[in-house]
Every structure is written in C-alpha cells, then in structure tokens.
Design a protein around this ligand. Structure first.
Ligand code: SF4
Length: 338
C-alpha cells in the first residue's frame, strides 16, 4: 500500500478546509475515491447538549464523515460544519482523529471525570472501513476500561470482530453495551442504499460472534424505509434472522430525514425509485419525521412480529441498555413505536 506517499495536501480543496489540527490529507488505492484528513484533536469527549432527550450525556466520534455512505444517514449535515458538503463529501472526505486514544485517556483521567456512560456510533460509525487501517478503537476501549467508564458502541462495521477478545476482557471491568445496525436483508437494495457497508449476512455473523463470545448485542432495525423495507414479510424475515443470530434485543425505528440527509435521500429516491416519490411526500411533507399515521401503521405491524420472535423484552441475561445514534435524533413519539 502506498499510503504514506499519497499526500493530497496540494489539493486546492485543502485551502477551503476548516479543519483544526490538520496533519496531512492522504489517499490510498485501497480506499478508491476516499481522502482521509488526519487531524490531531484537542478534545474527543463531547457533551450531549442539555436539551437532548437521549439516555447518555457523552459521546466520542474518532471519525467524521463515513465511507459506509448510507443514502439516509442523518449525520450528513454535520459535515457542512467542516466546509464539506453533506452529500458525496460526507462519504469520501473522512476526518480521522489520529490521536483520539491518547486524548481520550487523558480526558478520562481528570479528577473531575465522573465516569458517566459514553456512547459511540452516535454520529458516524467508529468501525467504518478506515478503522481497519487506523486501529483507533482498541486504544479507545482500553481508555474506557482503565478509567472505569461504562460505554456502548453501535456499528454496521464488521471490523468490530477484530476487537471481540478485547471487548470480552474489559466487559468484566466496566459495563459494555454493543449494538449492530441492520436495516434490511435484500442484498441488492443494500448495495444501492448503503453502498459502503458490509453485507447484512456479514453483520448477522458479527452478532453471532459477539454472542458466542458471551457479549450482549442488540440489533437496530433502522431505518425502516417506507415502501422499500416495511412490509410485514420483510420485517418478519429480518427479525427471524436477528433472533436466530442470538441478538439480545431488537429495536425498530422508521426513517427520519433531517436536513442534509433529506436532500441526499430525495435525490437517491428520485433516481432509484421515482414511483415512490409522491408517497414519501405524503409521509414526510416538509418535516423530518414520518407522519403519525405511518408510524401507527408500522407500530401495529411490528409489535406482533417482535413478540413472535421473542423481542417483546430483552432476551439477554446481561443485556445492557444500548444507546443508539438514532435515539439522538428521535422524537418521543417515535420512541413509542415499540
Ligand atoms: S454507517 Fe451510520 S454513520 Fe455511516 S453512513 Fe451509515 S448511517 Fe451514517
């Protein structure tokens, strides 16, 4: 790999970057079309704004942008704070906080740190493809464990399986919540709507491996895409696979479309499924959340399926609460879906 020789800092776009602590920008044939902007962060522990209704107060995101490239990703708009766009740039201009483990360890050692729960995967995926190269997560997990800080991780990235022995060893010392996000089973649709993600089957295998290692693992069936993944048959088949993989819980959430994601997903839908555009207009109108009528129908559909597959309550003996990235954006009514 010619990683080190692929400096991209002569790129004219670099002059526009609002990146604090930029060390270098690199490309690699291994990650065609993706530029990694390596930065030295001053802080990696983020406090969740006080008005947020999420069940955690702190987050850590070692990466900004995400090569998993989900058309519906609600974090897209955060890329505009860096003077990137919320569309293709979000997928291909990935910021890497290369010193995240050291900075986090330092922050967690402060006497003022009260060992509150820290959620990962709340903005971008910590086990996206770049993690195979940068290997930031082992140091981050160790920093949590050594400081006695409970944490959770939600991911679509099967690179997490690399860290199963480490997760297993720290789970005896601190509370660990793990979640895998699987929105659908249809491989062709997955390739089109989440083109950078591992296959659904690979993610089910990750769930299996986590459970075989004795770790709790919930599954986020999210987002449910109206007209594409929301039939009783589709949800039933997915929940059956999730149950068979041994997931300790399953949570189903409808798609929501915040600004940034809304425009990008609308383009995707018009290109891939123009016949659904009018239906989405009716469900989403000008807002971010699915209409109450749609959510009611989905809830009525999902409830019996969750019961059928044993997910009416958590199945795991030690199933810790899994804070999810979606929850950070979910209005209270959506939480009543289940
Ligand atoms: S994996 Fe998560 S963070 Fe990454 S693009 Fe998809 S929805 Fe966004």
């Amino acid at each position: 790999m010619r990683w080190d020789s692929q400096r991209a800092d002569s790129d004219p776009q670099q002059a526009l970057l609002g990146l604090d602590g930029l060390v270098r920008s690199v490309r690699s044939p291994e990650f065609a079309g993706v530029t990694f902007h390596e930065v030295r962060a001053r802080s990696v522990l983020n406090r969740v704004p006080g008005q947020s209704a999420v069940p955690f107060s702190w987050t850590v995101n070692p990466y900004r942008g995400c090569s998993h490239a989900c058309a519906y990703c609600f974090a897209r708009n955060t890329h505009t704070y860096l003077e990137f766009d919320a569309g293709r740039d979000f997928d291909t201009q990935v910021v890497v906080k290369i010193n995240a483990p050291e900075v986090l360890a330092r922050q967690l050692k402060r006497p003022s740190w009260r060992r509150e729960h820290v959620a990962m995967g709340t903005n971008t995926d910590p086990y996206q493809r770049a993690e195979g190269r940068y290997r930031l997560m082992p140091g981050i997990i160790r920093a949590f464990a050594e400081s006695g800080t409970p944490f959770s991780i939600l991911t679509k990235g099967t690179t997490m399986s690399r860290d199963i022995p480490l997760l297993r060893s720290v789970a005896g010392d601190v509370e660990v919540g793990l979640g895998v996000s699987i929105a659908l089973l249809d491989r062709e649709l997955q390739r089109r709507v989440e083109p950078g993600t591992p296959s659904p089957q690979a993610r089910l295998e990750l769930v299996r491996r986590l459970r075989d290692a004795g770790l709790p693992c919930g599954v986020m069936i999210a987002p449910v895409l109206p007209g594409l993944t929301d039939s009783t048959e589709q949800l039933d088949a997915l929940l059956a696979e999730v149950a068979e993989a041994g997931a300790t819980s399953a949570t189903v959430l409808a798609l929501h479309l915040r600004p940034g994601a809304r425009e990008w997903y609308a383009q995707w839908l018009a290109r891939e499924h123009p016949e659904l555009v009018d239906g989405y207009r009716k469900i989403y109108g000008r807002g971010s959340y699915a209409a109450a009528g749609y959510r009611r129908v989905l809830a009525a559909r999902v409830g019996p399926l969750l019961r059928r597959h044993g997910f009416a309550r958590d199945r795991g003996e030690a199933s810790h609460r899994i804070p999810t990235p979606r929850e950070a954006e979910v209005v209270p009514e959506q939480m009543t879906l289940l």
